[in-house]
Structures are given as C-alpha cells and as structure tokens.
Design a protein around this ligand. Structure first.
Ligand code: TYM
Length: 334
C-alpha cells in the first residue's frame, strides 16, 4: 500500500479537514504494514494559485505541519514534508502538462467555482492546479489517496492523465490511484449554511470549528449553529430536507465513531439544546488534547522545520525512480 495525500498550508485546519481527511491519514498510518509507505505533504506549491503574503505562507506551513503532528501523524512512521522541497513534483507536473487536455481542466468544478466569471484574471496555476495534484500522487505510484469528497473529481482526472500517459508512452508506467473517501464524513458542511461545505475560505469564522479554537469558542459556535425548530427525528429518513440537522448529526456520529442511526436513537424527540451541548462536550474532549499538543509543538518551530527537511529527503528518494522513468518514456533521458 502506498498512501499519499496533501493539504494546502493556508489558514487553519478545521473540523472538515480533520474528519474528512486527517483522521483517515492517521488511521492508515497506524494500520501500515512492512513494505507500506504513507506520504503526507503540505501543498505549498498549490497555494501559489492564489495570492498569499510570503510571511503568512511560511508561518502557515509550520503551523499546519505542527497541527498534523498534534492530530497523530508520526513523522517517524509517515513521511511528512512540503511539496516545494521535492522539485520532482513540479518537474513531473510539466511532463504531464503535455498529456492533460484543456477540455479536461475546463470541466473541473473547483476551477469553475474559484475562477467564477473572472477567468481572464485567474492565475495559470489555478487552471493547472489539478495537473500538479496528479503529479503529487503519480510520482509515488500511490495506490490509496485519502481525501474528502470535494477532491474526488481531481483524482478521477489524475487517473485519466495516468491512463493517457501510459497509453501514449509506456504501458503501466503509472499506477492508477484509488481515492479513499471517509464513509463517516465525506463532506462536512458549514455550521451556518447546510448547502455550503465547511471551508477555510468562508469569510464567516462561525461557519467552521478550527482546530485551534478554545473550548468557549467551540461551545459558542455549536450553540449558534443553524438547526431548526423541530425536535431531532426518530430515524434517518427524518433528516431529509434538513441539511443543517443532518450535518450536526453527521459530525456527532463521526466524532463518536458511531453510526448515524445510533446517534438518532439516543437523541430522538429531544430539542437541540441538549444535543448541541452533548456535541460540544464530545468535540472538546477530542480537540482539546490536539490543541494542547499543538501549543507544545509550536514552542519549538525549528524542530517542526527539521521534521519537514527530513521528510523531504525521504520523499526525494522515493520520487526519483518514477521521475526518471517518465523522463525516459517521453525522450528527455536515455
Ligand atoms: P484542502 O487543503 O482543501 O483540504 C485538505 C483535505 O481536507 C478535505 N476537506 C474536507 N473533507 C470533508 N469535509 C469538508 N468540509 C472538507 N474540507 C476539506 C479535502 O477533501 C482534503 O482531503 N487539492 C487539495 C490538496 C492536495 C492533494 C494533493 C490532496 C494537493 N495535492 C494530492 C490529495 C492528493 C486541497 O486543496 O485540499
């Protein structure tokens, strides 16, 4: 098993990242057997697709790396690094740019959403973003890519690029990666709007629980989270058309590691006061220790930077054979 996944180092990690991705990363790392590898990286090259002040980019890189470690990523077992320190990502991206088609990229929903009506003003990096993402996973012959549901389309594209490259240049050069989407939390939604995903780019901080939020902030955000005037339903069918309620129940079930129906059975017929208070207790019990560990790690930022250096060295060694094979396949190397 070769597990590969990444996250953009901008802003803070939130509960959507945690339940949709990071918890799966930790579980896969913990289940690793001899011969398996887990590679987790901070996608700092991807973050160039939007303007971020350089000092903020560097600060976020260290803080997010520390957050991943606080969440349970163990840099002695998993390979934890930042993309920019492994030049093979950008090199392979350029080779794949010869294979990817404009039409494929034009269909990407993230491109359409982020560029909006201002396509002429969007960066080339935003358009090419999915090709770099394909390079990220193909470079390591990834077999499993644990991500939230929103990244599924990008991974399907990575498979299309790999298939065409293999067909055009060398049979079976790239392994086709399988997305692994958390069944419990494929898409955590905003606490303010059940139709929007929880996101670090949402201007309202009340829309998300950040992993650095203190207990009072977590409590206040769940208290103010949108629900409705009815009681909690007695079965899953009763969540239909109640997207905010479904989201809160999903969060509870994912945090508790229980099926949605078990949560519904416990709270059926109750109002949201009691439910939100239990949800807050659960979130604080899980996120409190992560926050404490994060604060300890951030007391020594140089040590966190050293983790990234060591990870990049290991990643460079794993990346080299596939980059060379791809260069040979297209005729850039003998
Ligand atoms: P990013 O930084 O937006 O998010 C990191 C991970 O968190 C997941 N996620 C969510 N899951 C459930 N509910 C949500 N509300 C939610 N919000 C975010 C994302 O699906 C993702 O798994 N393009 C990627 C980073 C990337 C990458 C890669 C991922 C770059 N190269 C290669 C996998 C493989 C991104 O921007 O994720």
């Amino acid at each position: 098993m070769r597990v590969v996944s990444g996250i953009q180092p901008t802003g803070n990690l939130h509960l959507g990242n945690y339940l949709g991705a990071i918890r799966q990363w930790v579980a896969m790392q913990d289940a690793m057997e001899a011969g398996d590898d887990c590679l987790f990286f901070l996608a700092d090259l991807h973050s160039l697709s939007e303007h971020v002040a350089p000092a903020d980019r560097l600060r976020s890189l260290i803080e997010m790396t520390a957050t991943l470690i606080a969440c349970g990523i163990d840099p002695d077992r998993a390979i934890l690094f930042n993309q920019a320190r492994v030049p093979a990502h950008a090199e392979l991206c350029w080779l794949l740019n010869g294979t990817a088609r404009m039409g494929w990229l034009n269909r990407m929903t993230q491109w359409k959403d982020k560029a909006g009506k201002n396509r002429e003003g969007a960066s080339v990096a935003l358009f090419d973003y999915p090709v770099l993402q394909a390079a990220d996973v193909l470079l390591y012959q990834a077999t499993h890519v644990p991500v939230g549901d929103d990244q599924k389309q990008h991974l399907e594209l990575a498979r299309d690029i790999a298939t065409k490259f293999n067909l055009d240049f060398r049979d079976a050069l790239f392994t086709l990666p399988e997305p692994y989407i958390s069944p419990a939390a494929p898409r955590i939604m905003s606490l303010r709007d059940g139709a929007a995903k929880m996101s670090k780019s949402d201007p309202s901080d009340a829309s998300r629980i950040n992993l650095i939020d203190d207990d009072d902030t977590i409590a206040a955000k769940f208290r103010k989270a949108r629900s409705d005037a009815e009681a909690l339903p007695g079965d899953e069918a009763g969540l239909a058309g109640r997207s905010e309620v479904r989201n809160l129940v999903t969060i509870y079930a994912a945090l508790a590691g229980e099926p949605v129906q078990a949560v519904i059975d416990r709270f059926a017929g109750q109002g949201f006061g009691a439910f939100k208070s239990a949800l807050t207790d659960l979130a604080i019990a899980q996120l409190g220790p992560v926050r404490t560990r994060l604060q300890q790690l951030l007391a020594d930022r140089d040590a966190v930077a050293a983790v990234l250096e060591r990870g990049a060295e290991r990643a460079r060694a794993l990346a080299a054979p596939t980059l060379l094979a791809a260069q040979r396949a297209v005729g850039l190397q003998v």
